[in-house]
Ligand binder design. Structure first.
Ligand code: HMG
Length: 391
């Protein structure tokens, strides 16, 4: 079933923020029973960006180790997927291109369709590499998920970036040919240009997601995809980890298969480990799931993984990949865990202060405080321009 072209994910690296807010602190502040967060939505903590972090610094931090390992000579395309864009015209990827010193002979573009954008980027990358297998495409998914304070969505925030190098003869996951697609015009979650925080109809968004799972699975089967029993594991978009469990149960039900809790946990449990402590990272979420799965599973060599990418609004895609033997030597497990564990815990007041920060829009000089200890900083606004630094 794997595509004859043998193209896929050659390397995968993640980054998350300087700070983290445990759900225990949120629950203590708003009087919610902690069980609702830990069990009901399946979240323990959420990444919170420092004042000098944004989608560019996170994206650069995720991509830097990939460029370090493979060089940049073969990277002719950079696709930056995000729904927390910082400019209506210029691609955030151009800042990353500059911070990483990538070759000028490259095309760089930003893609948007809510959380689905990175999967579009991955699929476009597969097409570009099929056209010229000597080229590689750097796909970056980077987002800051922000809802209103004191809203139901607040507990499902988070922030992270994933960078993937897409190439021929990949070291990690070969992507299959068939894809199941689904688009429906729904208002489940959106963010008008004048708003910083997303608007959401929570229950509508859950049913829209489940409807999309069914829709793209139907199309995937029609495209000659694998049978449900052929998959060793699944990676779902995880706005909160319980959603992956709901989605997988829905898919198994639809396929007439056993929906026993243990069966579901065996198929998706390992893919939820990073999302459970990072929170929603929008475009990066499915691929954080992949990183967690590959980092923790015993040995998936030669086995099939199913991917379900959902972006509100809505567009969804189900596709499959086969894990490449020898992949374990190319993983970044220690670095991934370090990125998660290095975060400094905020108290509720510290989180609220960061959440409420915003910049004046008068074009003045507004430096940011030095808070993040990483390689890349968003140093502030000057004359309406964003200033970035590499240490
Ligand atoms: P809510 O109203 O705060 O919570 O909204 P709830 O009352 O629905 O409870 C949540 C769960 O906790 C329920 O379980 C309760 O029973 C359980 P369920 O019935 O769902 O299985 N619960 C408890 N469990 C154990 N102990 C307790 C307890 N109390 C209650 N003591 C909601 C929750 C997720 C809707 C809200 O946080 C929200 O609006 N989040 C944002 C929207 C979202 O994430 N939607 C997901 C699908 S859309 C999507 O994935 C796309 C997205 O990523 C955006 C994009 O594409 O760009 C969001």
């Amino acid at each position: 079933m794997s595509s004859g072209s043998g193209i896929g994910i050659h390397d995968l690296s993640l980054a998350t923020t300087e700070f983290v807010l445990p759900h225990a602190a949120l629950a203590a502040y708003n009087g919610t029973e902690l069980g609702k967060y830990h069990v009901g939505i399946g979240q323990e903590s959420m990444s919170v960006p420092a004042a000098d972090e944004d989608i560019v610094t996170l994206g650069a931090a995720a991509a830097a180790p990939i460029v370090e390992r493979h060089g940049s000579d073969r990277i002719r395309t950079v696709v930056f997927a995000t729904e927390s864009s910082i400019d209506q015209a210029k691609s955030a990827g151009v800042y990353v291109h500059s911070l990483l010193g990538l070759p000028s002979a490259a095309r760089v573009v930003e893609l948007k369709q809510a959380c689905y954008g990175a999967t579009a980027g991955l699929q476009f990358a597969l097409g570009l590499v099929a056209r010229d297998p000597s080229q590689q495409v750097l796909v970056i998914a980077s987002d800051v998920s922000k809802y209103e304070l004191d809203s139901p969505g607040e507990a499902t925030q988070g922030a992270a970036a994933v960078a993937m190098l897409v190439s021929a003869d990949p070291a990690l996951v070969r992507i299959d040919g068939p894809s199941g697609l689904f688009t429906a015009d729904v208002m489940d979650f959106w963010r008008p240009n004048y708003r910083d925080a997303a608007l959401v109809d929570g229950q509508e968004s859950i049913s829209a997601y489940l409807q999309a799972v069914e829709g793209c699975w139907k199309d995937y089967s029609g495209q000659g995809g694998r049978g449900l029993e052929e998959f060793a594991a699944f990676c779902y978009h995880q706005p909160f980890t319980k959603m992956a469990f709901k989605a997988h149960r829905h898919l198994l039900n639809y396929g007439g298969l056993d929906t026993d809790q243990d069966v579901i946990a065996a198929a998706i449990g390992q893919s939820t480990a990073y999302n459970r402590v990072i929170g929603n990272s929008y475009t990066a979420s499915v691929y954080l799931g992949l990183a967690a799965l590959l980092d923790q599973a015993q040995d998936l060599s030669g086995q099939a993984i199913g991917f379900l990418s959902y972006g509100s609004g809505s567009v969804a895609e189900f596709f499959a990949g086969e894990v490449v033997p020898g992949y374990k030597e190319r993983l970044r497990t220690a670095e991934n865990l370090a990125a998660i564990e290095r975060r400094t815990e905020l108290d509720y007041a510290g989180y609220r202060q960061l959440h409420e920060r915003s910049f004046p829009t008068d074009g003045g000089d507004y430096p940011t405080p030095v808070q993040n200890g990483g390689q890349f900083r968003f140093a502030g606004l000057r004359g309406h321009k964003r200033i970035y630094e590499r240490r």
